[in-house]
Design a binder for this molecule. Sequence first.
Ligand SMILES: *[C@@H]1O[C@H](CO)[C@@H](O)[C@H](O)[C@H]1NC(C)=O
Ligand SMILES: [Ca+2]
Length: 224
Amino acid sequence: MKFLLLLVMLTACAATPQDLSGKMFIFPQETSTAHVRLTASKQGFGAVTVCHRSFTDLQRDHVLFSLATPSGSNDFLTYWDEANKGIAPHIKNTKTVYKGWDYKSNMWHSSCTTWDSQSGLVQLWFDGQPSIKKFISSGSDISGSPIIILGQEQDSHGGGFDLKQSFIGMMSDVHMWDYTLSPCEIQKYMEGLNFTPGNVLNWSALEFQITGRVLIEDKQNLCS
Ligand SMILES: *[C@@H]1O[C@H](CO)[C@@H](O)[C@H](O)[C@H]1NC(C)=O
Ligand SMILES: [Ca+2]
């Protein structure tokens, strides 16, 4: 009976979208286990935009957003590459590094990554500035059941976590679209104005499951 109740509660948690507007996930310690698994509302992506805000003081490699499918553990990944001092999107297991950003510790940074399979071009937006567009992977979609994880970097479909790639800090405003957002929409996201929420992941109606020590708190504003 207890087990059944737990099962029902777990199912209820997983199935009920929550409005996380004004809130953030806190990843308060280095582990190879704590993470948040996000449920995508669809699968099969010929184009993608992923946006998020993050806040950390890590001085090593760390993951920001990890989407794996059965055929690719780095099908859509955003990652801080400490050796190259750059933000490294991976799409369909191919990596590129964007250098030259002011990735300061102890402040919020907004990032958006866009990609489409037709042109194969990826572009990063960081704190309002667009990167150059680079060729990364074209001709095939991101297909198969996606597992999307915050806090840990997947080396397999839903696992293969590494302590030294984990995220410590805060994350907020995670959205994913199955199309490339226009520069104008991205600008609105960056500036915290009204924008079209993600149709794959919507921070205002987010389905997720927390494993381990990850907390949700209000994003602190200064005195209002
Ligand atoms: C995102 O969630 C909000 C709040 O539930 C809803 O009003 C909005 O229509 C959703 N947007 C999309 C694109 O699903
Ligand atoms: Ca890894």
